[in-house]
Design a protein around this ligand. Structure first.
Ligand SMILES: [Zn+2]
Length: 316
């Protein structure tokens, strides 16, 4: 038996202690489950009793096990770049000395905004160089007084309202990652993420990394996605129905075995299970559990802790 007060204390302590220290490793293409090639000795039956009231107070939630969707997801690295066609290099139309520069690196400019005044060597009168696109000034090699030559770059302007995300895919993975796949892109700086769609898989191979590049576009209305910065992304390639799956929150490890907790009224039984494929949310159950059995899907670590606590008490 456990009392609600103990559960409240345990909840705060275990929320830290039991949060997963490492994310589950990516598995796909039918190679899942290799780490469970050996089933251990059948563990001694273990259980605990938690009153309905205490279970409710602790936030323990039970749901019948059933079919689920397991996604084939690939965690990949990527790089943000300005989108092609959204970068403009501004040059002098006529050669001549630069009389004034009106914007600098980092300034936002509107389409048609005056950027510089140049005195034309041909007409000896000043003319204005204006922005061919709206965007942000990325580079300004020009300086006042410098003689602008025809075709020399004065400014580089990039429209960063939409960026490209170039994702690097290695080896055979490229063979089954296709345009249209949903992608969640995450910023390394602050963990913020956005959802987009894979637009295309480029035909070539990136020479330096020997990877295939898959490209998505990313809306950047607030400018917080910065070109040049590295991102991580999760590509959801496929979603497959399985006969039996439980949320990862149902899963615990006891005596080096993967287990779930099956409820029988106020008694919670340890149930070793054999796992199949998994994604970021769910894991397939291959053996040990039947469809319809009531499984603890939230606060399963409290049940685990309660069983371990009673085991220790029995040993003394
Ligand atoms: Zn895959």
């Amino acid at each position: 038996m456990i009392r609600p007060t103990w559960l409240v204390l345990a909840l705060s302590a275990l929320l830290i202690a039991c949060s997963p220290s490492t994310p589950p490793t990516e598995e796909h293409d039918g190679e899942a489950g290799h780490e469970h090639s050996e089933e251990g000795e059948e563990a001694a039956p273990l259980e605990t009793t938690i009153s309905a009231e205490a279970a409710k107070a602790a936030g323990i939630v039970v749901a019948p096990a059933g079919p689920g969707i397991i996604a084939d997801e690939h965690e990949v690295q990527g790089l943000l770049t300005p989108a092609e066609g959204r970068v403009a290099q501004v040059t002098a139309r006529y050669p001549g000395p630069i009389r004034a520069l009106r914007v600098g690196v980092g300034d936002s400019v509107r389409l048609g905004q005056a950027l510089a005044t140049i005195e034309s060597n041909l007409s000896l009168s000043d003319y204005t160089v204006s922005a061919p696109i709206g965007g942000v000034v990325m580079a300004r090699p020009a300086t006042v007084g410098m003689a602008a030559t025809e075709g020399a770059m004065l400014f580089e302007i990039a429209d960063l309202s939409v960026l490209w995300v170039d994702l690097h895919i290695f080896g055979t993975d490229a063979g089954h990652i296709e345009a249209g796949a949903p992608v969640t892109v995450t910023r390394l700086s602050d963990g913020a993420s956005a959802v987009t769609t894979l637009e295309r898989v480029l035909p070539g191979t990136a020479t330096a990394s020997q990877s295939t590049v898959a490209r998505a576009t990313l809306a950047n209305p607030d400018g917080r996605w910065r070109p040049g910065s590295a991102v991580k992304a999760r590509i959801t390639v496929d979603r497959e129905s399985v006969e039996l799956a439980v949320p990862l929150t149902a899963l615990q490890t006891a005596e080096d075995q993967d287990v779930v907790y099956v409820q029988d009224e106020e008694t919670y039984h340890v149930r070793p299970v054999k796992l199949g494929r998994r994604d970021a949310e769910r894991v397939e159950i291959l053996e040990g559990l039947k469809v319809g059995e009531p499984v603890v899907i939230e606060q399963s670590f409290l049940v685990k802790a309660d069983i371990e606590k009673s085991t220790v008490e029995e040993e003394h």
